[in-house]
Design a protein around this ligand. Sequence first.
Ligand SMILES: [Mn+2]
Length: 366
Amino acid sequence: MKILHTSDWHLGIDYHRHSFTEDQRYALRQYYEIIQQEAVDVVLICGDIYDTTLASKEAIALFDEAIKHMIQELKVKVIVIAGNHDSATRLSIMRDLLEAQGLYIFGTLTSKPQPLTIDNVDFYPIPFVHKDTISAVFQKSFSNYEQAFLQLTDHIRSQKRENRQMVLAHAFVNGAKVCESDRFAHIGGTDLISKDIFYDIDYVALGHLHRPQKITEHIRYSGSLCPYTFSETAAKEVVLIDSETMDIKSIAVTPLHPMTTIAGSYETVCEQLLKHQEDYVKIILEDQGISFELLELFKERCPYLLTLSSNQQEQREAVTLKANDLDTLSDEAIVKQFFMDYFNREVTAEESDWLKQAKGSEFICG
Ligand SMILES: [Mn+2]
């Protein structure tokens, strides 16, 4: 049996009010092609279907469209777990009715994990879960999140029979690499779990982090459906697992508009924009400040320009002078520091002259 592992679709997400719906539809079409070409039987979606608990009409429509296409046209079964961005209750509406159609939705952990058996695989879908929920299910208290999660995987291992065991989870495994859009991942927090708690499980399909990555050969993050921030320049992927041979491979998914950051002088930016007219672009101007006129001008050259900033302005935010420096430093020292903070340079001889005239005394430049 062939299994396709994906996660973190984040349907309905926007970036400064720019909708990603067309990008998501473009990536989903590639999923459909992979499903056909590779003769996939089961699709796993490991949480964060939607970007917000109150998903927009557009987001719900796209989920409806994708699931209907996969189940009715491509004849696959789909297993979905809720992530921290989803509303578990809303996501699992009519779940019992939908199971008959081949859509298995796990919104909330309400009982000890039971296998969902398809062909030679026992799937154990674990939706995003808090420690207290695991405590309630097992009638037991745990010292930390990892201990609680270990109880889940111990329980799963205790049910081992001939079938493969595969776990679906939406969690932060220690040592994984994060990116900018993992904004609610609890970095350094209490919700970390070790990869070691998954020993003897044949495959662990993870969601939560948006960067596709292998924790081990058999414990992987598929990464998100599309790049959603400018830090996500690497290709997006899905993972394909053959449950007979346990061959596992990842397949790249091309974004409709790659994320490109262009930093440089006005001239460099104009030159680079010509090469990235189909990309989402973030411009950081290095030789001048920004204005609405510049924004309009760049937008004409690049319809997918999403952000424009100037590192001169960024430096302005990083002023190193403190309020009490005004009392302790000389006027000259304050002006010199001000120039370094704002313009990243020394005071010129000409400026020193102006300052001297204004102040009526000697001012030393250099
Ligand atoms: Mn996510």
